[in-house]
Design a binder for this molecule. Structure first.
Ligand SMILES: Nc1ncnc2c1ncn2[C@@H]1O[C@H](COP(=O)(O)OP(=O)(O)OP(=O)(O)O)[C@@H](O)[C@H]1O
Ligand SMILES: [Mg+2]
Length: 276
């Protein structure tokens, strides 16, 4: 589908594109939020996989899980994600790996820059204790990657973990804003994976990102039900109903046509902002 924004970017999730009036608007950053196990990583990798299937370049910044584990999980879904470039920013991997990753190189650079700026003794101590990844260093590293390769799809999984790893090193809010500005100027369509946002806190990624796709999961009776909602989508109309979502051995599919049953809707309303 094409409109005043040009051709839409398919998410690769059957049914979700229909909820988004054809797909995402190109070159913009979006949040994919949800509780643990709601399917965020699966959705994000299905999106990257859809890109490489169409000859686009896809980049995954892996912070929550080691790349080997991601590859293994995706093989179980029958996806060959060999063509997806994975940047390993998983803390355990960095701790034990002898090979210095690009992320570490960039992190060292940014820490050096911060040191030159003359931090206090206290913040210096904090930096020594903190892991060597920060939002600023990731931005530096992405800048380098995007200069070398023309990616069109990027995923950061997850910003929640990245923020936790960075919080003693920098003002995370201004770093998140800078990273999102950089990504939206870089001609890439980005999915930023986050935990379910706290409704009492306005996180910068939630108001800066051009849209938010939220994944929900709850027990209904004796069954685990999954739904997806489009919480916001700047510049486009979108489905305002929650839709049922399934994860099978082939990945995620969304039933965009069917109204969800009243019992499921009640459960969903009881636990989410949807109630308001
Ligand atoms: N092959 C499969 N068949 C059916 N369901 C699957 C399959 N693979 C994964 N799942 C479901 O997807 C869930 C995990 O999804 P995923 O790892 O994408 O969640 P997540 O939101 O990224 O979680 P976290 O916040 O812990 O990172 C599993 O808990 C499982 O219920
Ligand atoms: Mg995940």
């Amino acid at each position: 589908m094409s409109d005043e924004h040009g051709p839409r970017v398919s998410t690769g999730i059957p049914g979700l594109d229909e909820m988004l009036q054809g797909g995402l608007i190109r070159s913009r950053p979006y949040v994919v939020s949800g509780t643990t196990g709601s399917g965020k990583t699966t959705l994000a990798i299905q999106y990257l996989h859809n890109g490489v299937k169409n000859g686009e370049r896809s980049l995954l910044v892996a912070i929550d899980e080691p790349p080997a584990e991601i590859r293994e999980n995706m093989r179980a879904l029958g996806w060959d994600i060999g063509k997806i470039r994975i940047l390993d920013a998983h803390p355990a991997a960095r701790q034990y790996s002898k090979r210095v990753s690009l992320v570490e190189v960039a992190a060292q650079r940014s820490v050096a820059t911060l040191r030159e700026a003359g931090p206090s003794e206290k913040t210096d101590q904090l930096k020594k204790a903190a892991p060597d990844i920060s939002i600023q260093s990731l931005q530096l590293m992405l800048k380098q990657e995007l200069q070398e390769t023309r990616y069109s799809r990027v995923v950061i999984d997850s910003l929640t973990s990245l923020k936790k790893l960075s919080e003693t090193m920098e003002d995370t809010n201004s770093s998140v804003m800078s990273l999102l500005r950089f990504l939206s100027e870089s001609n890439v369509t980005t999915l930023i994976v986050t935990d379910l946002p706290d409704p009492t806190v306005l996180e910068p990624e939630i108001f800066i990102c051009r849209g938010e796709i939220r994944l929900h999961k709850r027990m209904v009776g004796s069954r685990l039900d999954r739904w997806v909602t489009v919480e916001k989508f700047r510049g486009s109309s979108h489905d305002i109903m929650p839709r049922s979502m399934t994860i099978t051995e082939k990945g995620i599919t969304v039933d965009h046509k069917k109204k969800i049953p009243r019992a499921s809707l009640k459960v969903l309303q009881a636990f989410t902002q949807f109630a308001r």
